[in-house]
Design a protein around this ligand. Structure first.
Ligand code: B16
Ligand code: MG
Length: 215
């Protein structure tokens, strides 16, 4: 019997890498406000919702920002981000990722996306990856973002599986914490590949095949 019936993948930082686009879009907002922002601060935005990301950026802002202005800034960031996403193509997904997904699915393991992003649908469309997943749980399905487990719990529900039968794959510390809080096993990759709480720490995406017992 397979160790896991399903694998739930975070999107940004696991399946594809839109972090640079997030960085460029937030940098434009930060520069407009005269707030210091760099790639280290950008790393703290991994897996965090859009509004929570803005709050992190505003930690360095000296003054009050009204709710209305926050909404406007988040909107403007997203418009810039969506323009940058137009550059994405299927070539932005590593061959190793596609091959691993194909082998897992051929072995009967269900696959889903569990992403904080409200743009997950657009990214899956641009990269032509939608057909690789049985379900998509994203920022549009949830009221609480990672480290709350809601996005993964919804993904498991969509798949008809219980959390204990699912493995979550995450690049963000907040995402690993979310998976564990929901009763999921978790594999960390990228930044989270060094996170001690991750049950499996990956140095390559294809290591998932061994973990899941796929030939
Ligand atoms: P959006 P993930 C997350 O995606 C990103 O890591 C995070 O940086 C971003 O703020 C969040 O999505 C929300 O994205 O503004 O597109 O709704 O890693 O959970 O796939
Ligand atoms: Mg991520």
């Amino acid at each position: 019997m397979k160790k896991y019936k399903a694998v739930i993948f975070d999107l940004d930082g696991v399946i594809c890498h839109t972090d640079e686009y997030h960085y460029l879009a937030w940098k434009q907002i930060a520069d407009g406000l005269g707030v210091y922002f760099d790639r280290n601060i950008n790393n703290r935005l991994r897996g965090v919702s859009r509004m929570e990301s803005l709050e992190i950026i505003l930690e360095k802002y000296d003054g009050e920002v009204s709710c209305k202005l926050k909404e406007k800034l988040a909107y403007e960031k997203n418009e810039t981000y969506k323009k940058l996403l137009r550059n994405m193509t299927p070539a932005d997904v590593p061959v190793e990722v596609k091959e691993t997904l194909e082998k897992m699915r051929a072995a009967g393991i269900k696959t889903a996306i569990g992403s904080s992003s409200k743009n997950a649908g657009l990214i899956l469309q641009k990269t032509e990856l939608a057909c690789f997943f049985d379900a998509v749980s994203d920022g549009n399905c949830i009221t609480r973002s990672k480290p709350d487990p809601e996005v993964f719990v919804r993904a498991a529900e969509f798949l008809g599986e219980s959390p204990s039968d699912c493995l979550v794959v995450e690049d963000a510390f907040a995402g690993v914490d979310a998976a564990l809080a929901g009763g999921f096993a978790c594999a960390g990759i990228g930044d989270a590949g060094a996170y001690r709480k991750a049950g499996y720490r990956l140095s390559a995406f294809s290591e998932l095949l061994d973990i899941c017992g796929v030939e």
